[in-house]
Write a protein that binds this ligand. Structure first.
Ligand SMILES: *[C@@H]1O[C@H](CO)[C@@H](O)[C@H](O)[C@H]1NC(C)=O
Ligand SMILES: *[C@@H]1O[C@H](CO)[C@@H](O)[C@H](O)[C@H]1NC(C)=O
Ligand SMILES: *[C@@H]1O[C@H](CO)[C@@H](O)[C@H](O)[C@H]1NC(C)=O
Ligand SMILES: *[C@@H]1O[C@H](CO)[C@@H](O)[C@H](O)[C@H]1NC(C)=O
Ligand SMILES: *[C@@H]1O[C@H](CO)[C@@H](O)[C@H](O)[C@H]1NC(C)=O
Ligand SMILES: *[C@@H]1O[C@H](CO)[C@@H](O)[C@H](O)[C@H]1NC(C)=O
Ligand SMILES: *[C@@H]1O[C@H](CO)[C@@H](O)[C@H](O)[C@H]1NC(C)=O
Length: 448
């Protein structure tokens, strides 16, 4: 008797808190864990305020509540948010997203709590991990959290390639934390800048080696190669499908929507992204970006509480509506093998050992984060968690001794921005969090 009463109570509770089924990964694709159907990301990147007025849109239901109806109008099933404030309560917005059938891909970093390109060894410390894990704690219980990004565009040119081992370190530590806390096995991945010379090599590195925890569960690629009325072959999508064939984890476009076109963006790539030409390798994508700002990538103009849809919004909506997902399983692959590690890198590809504080965090849990006030990049110098860079450089230009003098930092950053491999890379730098990070890094050094 008691058993059936409990059963009833559980059933009622479950109905009241109806939630989206978790998305699971099999092979190189996402699947709805209840229906077993393949899941293609139909998304937008969402950070109203951008880096200049950093705001957590999921910590305030007047913000997410204003925008979710527009996500629904576009027919979206996913949004990506680049930075949240881990001191806020996200339950209202997460429930509203859930009610709208929308999943979240969340980047775990904030501008001042992230790995620094200029001194990765110092910025990879336990105070930083405490921030990352506090964000994981805040979001792991929601079934509509699709995945976490451990980093976004940390490697953005040849010169920053030697930060790649730190991506794997943060992926590893985050996956260990998720396991240690008994959370659902939420995918942890990386969102890559489109650097043609490193594209495949970096992807392979992130998916290689005998440390399973350190391998990405999914790969987002920021790709602006389809401009205007392009095509599967002209845009270079075809080459990428070929190049990534056999890659063993899901890949999707974590940013797309080239705006190097006169007038509005036609979003003709949508038909290609959700076609059987792409579906064996790619699982949809997210348009950069929801909110219009000076970089002119927006779908809507926001003024206080009011949202005005732009022509880009209408075009995207039409294209998404005219484009169904491929039927069946889209010819995904369950048999891909992990990649081979590169052997030609001029620095150690070994993954840095975790800071001393990690084991305590795994055992006791994170202590709660500091939101956008967190400043962890220089925490190696003044706390107990100092961990020196484990990269042993073989060329002096790649040295990672913490010589944060103004001149060396400045020359590094100048080199970084001038050696971008593509015009678009400058633009990505200019509109992404990346630029903010660079500015902060420079500012800090001058202040010292
Ligand atoms: C910054 O964002 C907040 C929250 O959306 C908004 O209230 C405020 O007006 C914005 N400030 C500026 C200068 O745009
Ligand atoms: C997680 O979700 C379950 C079921 O909805 C709930 O009972 C539990 O309190 C939640 N835990 C946290 C830490 O929010
Ligand atoms: C989905 O993954 C969760 C763990 O992350 C697991 O409990 C569940 O059985 C999986 N569902 C399917 C259908 O594979
Ligand atoms: C895993 O790979 C690392 C680096 O290549 C190597 O040092 C280590 O011996 C390997 N461990 C095992 C168990 O194969
Ligand atoms: C297109 O819109 C119609 C009407 O709202 C809807 O029924 C249909 O499911 C949409 N198709 C897609 C692919 O979103
Ligand atoms: C540095 O170069 C030496 C000699 O070429 C090589 O034996 C060593 O493995 C290299 N170290 C790293 C960390 O790549
Ligand atoms: C980056 O490195 C690759 C090969 O290592 C090289 O072909 C390419 O020219 C380099 N690009 C820049 C901008 O230095």
């Amino acid at each position: 008797m008691k058993f059936s009463t409990l059963g009833l109570a559980f059933a009622i509770g479950a109905t009241a808190a109806a939630s989206l089924p978790a998305i699971n990964i099999t092979g190189n694709a996402f699947f709805n864990s209840e229906t077993g159907e393949r899941f293609y990301i139909r998304g937008v990147d969402y950070q109203p305020g951008g880096s200049s007025n950093l705001t957590d849109p999921l910590g305030d239901s007047t913000i997410c509540g204003r925008d979710i109806p527009y996500f629904e109008e576009l027919g979206l099933n996913t949004i990506r948010v680049y930075s949240v404030d881990n001191t806020l309560d996200h339950s209202e917005c997460m429930q509203m997203l859930d009610d709208a059938g929308i999943y979240l891909i969340l980047d775990l970093n904030t501008p001042d709590a992230s790995i620094s390109r200029y001194d990765p060894g110092c910025s990879y410390n336990a105070v930083y991990l405490n921030e990352v894990f506090s964000t994981v704690d805040e979001f792991s219980n929601y079934t509509n959290i699709l995945g976490f990004f451990a980093a976004n565009e940390l490697v953005n040119n040849n010169a920053s390639l030697d930060t790649a081992p730190y991506i794997k370190a943060v992926v590893r530590d985050t996956k260990k934390y998720i396991k240690a806390r008994g959370y659902r096995q939420i995918p942890v991945g990386y969102s890559a800048a489109d650097v043609s010379s490193l594209r495949k090599e970096l992807a392979d590195y992130l998916n290689c080696g005998n440390d399973t925890d350190a391998k990405i569960d999914m790969l987002g690629v920021n790709d602006y190669s389809w401009c205007g009325q392009s095509s599967f072959t002209t845009s270079g999508y075809s080459e990428k499908v070929e190049m990534y064939t056999g890659f063993s984890v899901p890949i999707f476009l974590s940013e797309y929507g080239c705006n190097q076109v006169p007038g509005s963006r036609p979003f003709t790539e949508v038909k290609s992204i959700y076609s059987t030409q792409m579906s064996p390798v790619f699982s949809g994508g997210l348009v950069y970006q929801y909110t219009e700002d000076s970089s002119k990538y927006g779908l809507v103009e926001i003024e206080g509480d009011s949202v005005e849809t732009l022509t880009d919004f209408e075009n995207l909506k039409d294209e998404l509506n005219l484009t169904s997902d491929p039927i069946g399983d889209g010819d995904y692959s369950a048999t891909g093998e992990e990649s081979a590690c590169p052997t030609d890198w001029a620095f150690s590809i070994n993954i840095p050992t975790a800071p001393d504080g990690l084991s305590k965090l795994l055992k006791n849990g994170a202590t709660g984060g500091n939101g956008f006030d967190a400043e962890t990049q220089n925490s190696c110098g003044d706390d107990a968690y100092y961990v020196s860079s484990t990269i042993t450089a073989n060329s002096s230009s790649m040295e990672h001794t913490s010589s944060s003098t103004a001149s060396s930092a400045h020359s590094t950053s100048t080199k970084s921005s001038s050696s971008s491999s593509k015009g678009i890379a400058d633009q990505l730098e200019a509109h992404g969090m990346t630029a903010l990070l660079a500015l902060i890094a420079i500012r800090k050094i001058y202040i010292k």
